[in-house]
Design a protein around this ligand. Structure first.
Ligand SMILES: Cc1cc2nc3c(=O)[nH]c(=O)nc-3n(C[C@H](O)[C@H](O)[C@H](O)COP(=O)(O)O)c2cc1C
Length: 183
């Protein structure tokens, strides 16, 4: 899916809201579901009057001018992608001085405490100290994956299917909007 680049000019808020914030949302996705989750969050925050750019973390070279960040990554082998982790390291100073929300997309239907539980992606979250972290179930479609990916996912106990729940994603984005409005 198409992801908006960060090089466009800010647009005035459709609500004429002076509290509109410039938000950078990064989504790191191998097979598209995390980009879809990111797009739903961006849409909701725009509807609340904010100016949101969605990018892949590896495409971002500058974060000057953003008031808040929403960082998301697919979970592979219990971790965020290397690109998502690299982003948190490259921009750690800005991330520490602005509000950050984080989301992980994995097969969160897996039993808690299993190797594949996306709640266990700890270290990167500790380093960015987000206001909140949400995990959303994603999609496991073996037909889209390489043989290697398929066998790793199956060994981890992943069940085939599309578990995306965009209503839950939008509800979380609304909580971010409420939090921003209260600042
Ligand atoms: C090789 C492989 C490893 C995976 N490892 C995990 C994992 O450790 N924990 C988890 O919750 N989901 C895991 N998943 C499931 C993915 O996170 C899920 O399919 C997600 O929706 C993929 O996001 P994407 O479409 O944005 O790439 C794995 C999937 C694959 C193919």
């Amino acid at each position: 899916m198409a992801v908006r680049r960060t090089d466009r000019l800010p647009e005035p808020s459709p609500h004429g809201d002076t509290d509109a914030m410039r938000i950078l949302l990064t989504s790191s996705s191998r097979h598209g579901s995390t980009d879809e989750v990111g797009a739903a969050i961006a849409q909701e925050l725009r509807a609340a009057g904010h100016d949101v750019d969605q990018s892949h973390p590896e495409d971002v070279t500058d974060v000057a001018g953003y008031d808040a960040f929403v960082l998301g990554s697919a979970v592979y082998m219990t971790r965020w992608t290397a690109e998502a982790i690299d982003f948190t390291q490259r921009f750690s100073e800005s991330l520490h001085s602005h509000p950050v929300w984080a989301f992980s997309v994995g097969l969160s239907g897996l039993p808690k405490g299993k190797v594949s539980d996306p709640h266990r992606i700890g270290p990167v979250l500790l380093s960015i100290d987000p206001e909140d972290h949400a995990t959303f179930p994603g999609r496991f479609n073996p037909a889209e994956l390489s043989l290697r990916e398929r066998s790793i996912a199956r060994m981890g106990g992943a069940s085939e299917g599309d578990f995306l729940d965009l209503d839950a994603v939008r509800a979380w984005a609304d909580k971010i909007a409420q939090d921003l409005a209260a600042r």
